[in-house]
Design a protein around this ligand. Structure first.
Ligand code: OVV
Length: 407
């Protein structure tokens, strides 16, 4: 039995092309479009010998694998490492990295904490915070989109929504990046990110404890489930950890990438200004177009067949969500950013039982930001080069100099 990156290397299935590519090459991670297109062109699956994985990037197969929690499990990790064979860098998430029936218990509690009703109560706060931030940036004129805007907004509103008593922007943003980077291979990107763990993880874990949370917020709802006997105290803390793992860097990326779309396609920004109600569909299209989470894995727990390809038990499958969201076989004019598209079925939030449980929070945050921009900003200039930051699971900007012109 051969192993690579902590998982079993399968035989190449009949009919599947072998592709000598490194999907985790920083050049590809920074600018993945050509890799996405090549992957789709290979067929339903390609075998990547460098990592001993099957990869899929066509919409149909990516959706089928990602959505089938019975054959393609999450409990063996959603990165390259097979948790059945090797110990992960941190105790597994009790919602992301588990299967039914246990999964339903933790998912139910998170879905309650992040329910549409809970999110509706935050909308006013999000709107006020977004209006204030856009005013500040208009005052500045030129600013750094990531540092001055994309990171600022979620860090102003999300810890408060959770009920954190302490806020540490660097720790919150870097912890998310670390968790996502850890899903990739043992490359320089992962090592650099994980090197920060000793400085950050103790602080994060401390904030998850009941005594460090306010009596209102997502955290309080989770601990109320512990009081009701639905969860142990330890499980409640682990679910707060999930919020801090997946709730900050993702929305930072979503805001940055949505801004990049509007700065890159001024005709679409004109449409948003003409009808600020398009803020929500514009975010949905930015998600489809840029796929903040570009890749997640599943592990075949049984011998399976997808689109005529025999997938052996124990195979790691790279589900390239970013490629599926640009598949021209599924999306008309896939390469066109169109805020009126209403891209129902995009895979940016995943699909199936593990689909993003915080997606309504993300939508509410970004809708608030885009609405404030639509109302107050006349034009957005990209005043320099937009640079992307390679991450093993997230496609995010590193920096982007912008100027907002008032209306
Ligand atoms: C990276 C990530 C995504 C979603 C959930 C979690 C982590 C978690 O820790 O539960």
């Amino acid at each position: 039995m051969t192993m690579i990156e902590g998982h079993i290397v399968p035989k190449v299935p009949d009919g599947v092309p072998v592709w000598d590519v490194d999907p985790y090459d920083p050049t590809i991670l920074s600018d993945p479009q050509a890799y996405y297109a090549d992957l789709r062109a290979k067929g339903p699956f390609a075998y990547i010998p460098r990592y001993g994985v099957l990869a899929c990037g066509r919409y149909a197969e990516t959706k089928e694998v990602f959505g089938d929690h019975t054959r393609f499990v999450s409990s063996r990790g959603v990165g390259l490492l097979d948790f059945k064979l090797e110990k992960p860098w941190r105790p597994p998430s009790i919602v992301l990295e588990v299967d039914p029936p246990y999964h339903a218990k933790t998912r139910t509690v998170l879905a309650r904490a992040l329910s549409p009703k809970a999110v509706a109560q935050l909308k006013e706060d999000f709107r006020d915070a977004a209006g204030k931030l856009v005013d500040e940036l208009l005052e500045k004129g030129t600013f750094e989109a990531v540092e001055d805007m994309a990171e600022v907004f979620p860090v102003r509103v999300f810890p408060k929504a959770v009920g954190l008593k302490q806020v540490n922007r660097r720790a919150l943003v870097d912890y998310g990046a670390m968790v996502f980077n850890a899903l990739g291979p043992d490359n320089a990107i992962r090592r650099t990110a994980l090197a920060k763990a000793p400085d950050i993880v103790p602080w994060i874990m401390e904030q998850c404890a009941r005594e460090n949370l306010e009596t209102e917020g997502f955290g309080a709802t989770i601990y109320a489930a512990a009081d009701a006997g639905e969860l142990t105290e330890e499980e409640a803390g682990m679910l707060v950890r999930s919020l801090l793992s997946a709730g900050v860097d993702t929305t930072v990326t979503g805001i940055g990438s949505a801004l990049w779309c509007l700065a890159s396609f001024p005709d679409q920004f004109e449409r948003l200004k003409a009808d600020p109600k398009l803020a929500r569909p514009a975010f949905e299209e930015a998600l489809r177009y840029t796929s903040p989470v570009h890749t997640f894995c599943r592990t075949a727990d049984v011998d399976a067949e997808v689109s005529g390809v025999a997938i052996a038990r124990d195979t790691k499958i790279l589900c390239v969500l970013g490629a599926a969201n640009l598949d021209g076989e599924y999306w008309p004019e896939a390469e066109r950013f169109d805020i009126t598209r209403r891209p129902t079925g995009h895979l940016a939030f995943g699909t199936g039982i593990h689909g993003c449980v915080g997606q309504n929070v993300a939508r509410a945050e970004v809708e608030a930001v885009l609405s404030a921009i639509a109302e107050k900003v006349g034009a957005i200039d990209l005043t320099g080069e937009a640079v992307w930051r390679p991450n093993n699971a997230i496609h995010a900007l590193d920096r982007m100099p912008l100027r907002f012109h008032p209306k």
